[in-house]
Ligand binder design. Sequence first.
Ligand SMILES: [Mn+2]
Length: 491
Amino acid sequence: MVSRILASVIALMLLPHAALAADFQDDLKARRAKVMQELGPDSILIVWSAPPRVYSNDVDYEYRQDSNFYYLTGVDQAESILVLMPGNGGHKEMLFVLPRDATREHWEGHRLTKEEAMRDSGIATVYETTEFETFLASMLSRRSYGEVPAQEYDTFFKALKENHARLQLLLGPPPGPKEELPQIFQFANRTRERFFGFTVNDATAIVEGSRQVKTAYEQKVLQRSADISSEAHRAGMKAAHPGAYEYEVEAAIEYIYKKNGADDWGYPSIVGSGPNATTLHYEKSKRQMQAGELLLVDAAANYQYMTVDITRTYPVSGTFSPAQKDIYNLVLQAQTDAMKVAAAGAKLSDVHNKTVDVIKQGLLKLGLITDATGDQYKTWYTHRATHWIGMDVHDVGERDRTLAPGMAFVIEPGIYIRDGALDQLPKTPENAAFIQKVRPAYERYKNIGVRIEDSFLLTGSGLERLSSKVPRTVDEIESFMKSPQTSTLPR
Ligand SMILES: [Mn+2]
């Protein structure tokens, strides 16, 4: 008995390809159904997988699937193609994957069999990538393909014949007039030159608009991704001390990602101590941190193609100085007040504007600006406080869309007192007067950079802070850094 159980356990371990969870396939089907509804019955949508990207010479980066392709297929393999034909009878969804190749697979790893591709994606019709050109030529010539009866395609073929079919592509923004045409624009042109009866449409807004509202399944994955990233931030806080190098904190953070099954980071970790905290996208992580400095850490994992965005700023020695506390509490107040604005019906710009109001008043009190009515605050608050999160850390979709349940975003105000910032202002009489008035405050706060960033999900019952497990207030941070290591991550 024991040996039979052992044998089946070993057989499971030897399975070349782990099947994805059934609730994921149900969600994929629902996503495609929603997109097809919006595309309409006259459409054929084609989506390609991402190309592999070169790291250097003959070494590629680890493969990262195109987010839109993964959103619709759950397939993480290069040279795959998705076709959706909403007007078809039963065969509305078709997936093309590379044919099996024992030699290539010996070098590069397992390729999905047709059965595995069907199981993972929930798409019943799977062809080989080599068939795609013939398939497409058949469709656009109103000819059946394979064993599918011709009447399956009646609606689309009729639309072609009547010149109102639509070739839907994820074109994205057009290139500049002198830039080379991206491959997808070249594909659109080649197809238009050879076939007739359709217009080319950009379906980006349909797919990316769908991604903007997270499904129940996506919300679960996003929370798990946030939990892993939160645990990583806590580990980072524990690894920081005077004399430690930035990369040691980075390593402590990224270890937690991989240990918990995340693929890797969702964006390169930003670990900046002292003056590096005033560089928004500092990625070198080479500096040795000193007692008395702040450390700014902006990092989050890519877990099953979901990434939150979290930033914490904390004192290397475990205790904030009075000057650091001034700036920190102002940024915290801006975030806290903005959270109250982030409700259904509001826009991200309203949330951002709230952070601006609070920061203007605070900077005026601290003597870092002399006028809270204009743009002086932009000397120290140099970015916007909001963006969507999801499959991409700066997720896609209309920026100005009204907030509704299922939407996920960050609130990340920041103040950066950069060394030399005053000297870089244009030489005008107003600036000369401004510089003279704020210089004492500038000298007091110089080299302090603070950003506080949390990830949020709007639900039917209000705002949920996905990153709530990371210490955030001055008291929470100081007591956490003094406490023995504790893990909050459920196994
Ligand atoms: Mn961010």
